[in-house]
Design a protein around this ligand. Structure first.
Ligand code: GLP
Length: 258
């Protein structure tokens, strides 16, 4: 795992957006895996700005979202589809046919999403956030590592964590979601996992240095050959406290700009 620590989340988000822009511009086609949640809001804003400044076009880009809630209307403001439209898709030149979400229609096999990804030649770069319990996508602790896209019952702690998006009303947070599986995620050619803020510091330490275990889904990323962990100083605080600025595999460098 490559670990990059930035002074704050704005600088980190600049880094991620610029990396994405460079990759899109250097490839004929590009398949981008997207995450929702608050972590990538600034990255998406930067991508919109880059598009508006003519620094990038999304005409040749296909996107694959990690997860989607079940049992809420597709146009509900808290669906991840709506989130992505509001924060990215509505303001860039991506074609609607190139936007892919896990199927939430129960007549469709959920794992057909893996076939769609394969048919489109796989995900070049997958963005991931991390839940406080170590979930990636909505793969909650205990999800088997060889899972494909599947239906999952959300942990109570995840529903608590996400109720801030539902006017702090836990009853409004769905109980189920469809998520790319761990295997689906691990098949991405490259992964960026990002965490901001002190609340994530402990789980970030476990993800990087803990034993690989299905009880902390993000630990599986230790086995992927091309993962970059992007952190602000607060999310890095536990690893820095425990290891200083260097460990056996990584030399952490504080980046004030990128
Ligand atoms: C949700 C999403 C995850 C995301 C997580 C982190 O649970 N399903 O994919 O990683 O939130 O959210 P945030 O970025 O708001 O911390």
């Amino acid at each position: 795992m490559h670990i990059r620590i930035f002074r704050n989340k704005s600088i980190a988000s600049d880094f991620i957006a610029n990396l994405i822009v460079d990759k899109i511009n250097s490839e004929k086609e590009f398949n981008l895996g997207l995450a929702t949640g608050s972590t990538y809001l600034e990255t998406y804003k930067n991508l919109v700005d880059a598009y508006k400044k003519n620094n990038v076009s999304f005409e040749k880009v296909k996107t694959f979202n990690l997860d989607e809630y079940l049992d809420i209307d597709r146009n509900h403001p808290q669906t991840y589809y709506h989130f992505m439209r509001t924060h990215l898709f509505n303001d860039i030149d991506i074609e609607r046919k190139n936007i892919f979400f896990p199927p939430v229609d129960t007549h469709v096999y959920f794992h057909s999403f893996d076939d769609i990804i394969k048919r489109n030649k796989g995900i070049d770069l997958q963005l991931l956030g991390i839940g406080n319990n170590g979930h990636i996508g909505f793969n909650e602790p205990g999800t088997i590592f060889n899972s494909k896209t599947h239906l999952i019952q959300l942990d109570q702690s995840t529903r608590e964590q996400n109720k801030r998006f539902f006017n702090d009303n836990i009853d409004a947070v769905p109980h189920y979601a469809v998520t790319m599986g761990i295997q689906t995620i691990m098949q991405a050619k490259e992964i960026i996992i990002t965490a901001f803020g002190e609340k994530k510091a402990e789980i970030v330490n476990n993800m990087i240095y803990g034993r690989v275990s299905e009880m902390i889904p993000a630990t599986i990323l230790q086995n992927h050959s091309n993962v970059t962990v992007v952190l602000d100083l607060e999310a890095a605080s536990v690893i820095l406290r425990k290891r200083g600025w260097q460990d056996e595999n990584n030399f952490y460098k504080l980046q004030n700009s990128y």
